[in-house]
Design a protein around this ligand. Sequence first.
Ligand code: SF4
Length: 350
Amino acid sequence: MPVSLYGLTRAELAAQVAAWGFSPVHAARLWRYLYWECAKSLEAMPKLPGKVRAKLAAEASLGALPIARELHSSDGFTRKFLLELADGRKIETVLMRFTGRVTACVSSQAGCAMGCVFCATGQAGFERHLEAGEIVAQAVHVNRILRAERTGSAIPRLRNVVLMGQGEPLHNYEAVMRAAAILRDPNGLSLGPDRITLSTVGVVPGIRRLAAERAGVHLAVSLHAATQEERAALVPVARRWPLDELMAACREYSAATGRRIFYEWTLIAGRNDGPEQAHAVGRLLRGMPAQVNLIPLNPTGGYAGEPADRTAARRFQDVLTEYGLPSTVRQRRGIDIAAGCGQLAGAARA
Ligand code: SF4
């Protein structure tokens, strides 16, 4: 098995280069090529001696992910990539521009086993876990795109990574946390703990583990319903980890880390966008360190629901404010390029 370079921390890369018999200078240079230059191939690393490049060609995989397909949203804010893994599987990565900052939305698995009814990835099923290097390579890909877009001398930088693409990050805990550690390296992409957000549909043991390890990531929990019955209908995993267990784990996480949790709420017209649901959320989260992110549904072929309209979203927010809960309504970025998780990969499979 070739060594996956993007799957190694800086210390591990230095140890590997030393084990190959090369000097620390070459390790430092290689690291800079990987994360500062975002080099796409060994040929793009001219300052490494030929013998080092030959060793890398024989024993390592660089892991840059080729683009199988790319779409640009009409508003110019979003670019969505279908990237190809070494085994031919395809995953989605999205570059999103918000005022003054760029966020990469990356996948943690090819497919997903969680089966959320309104999600294109959930509808398609699970393929495999991604390795840490495959997660890191997606963030590097977005940074490479930014570097290529630069005008003038200032090099734009990736500011945030959200693990909200395909897959359930806490179902692939080890690889995700290894990737987060590599992304945080101050001499690499330098994404501090406040710049990485992991989104879970409610895998309770994973949340407890994040709390116990005081993991350096933000946590977003996809709630979508404030009663056990309604949640289990939208998010099958809720049958395994019911709402009361989920909320207990969330309290544990906030108490251990001092961090507030983002609660994601996909607003589905006529299903969970009414004032009674908003009051139920208010009662559930009152007094907790929480922010609610309301996201109008991205319609998918396998689910008949429609997105809530602006008026319903605003009304929902007003109720949350009564409970002292901060909230945002997410802009529906890239709706014209199937930016909802799994939609582009699904279109490629069709
Ligand atoms: S919403 Fe997330 S957790 Fe649910 S099926 Fe889709 S990818 Fe998996």
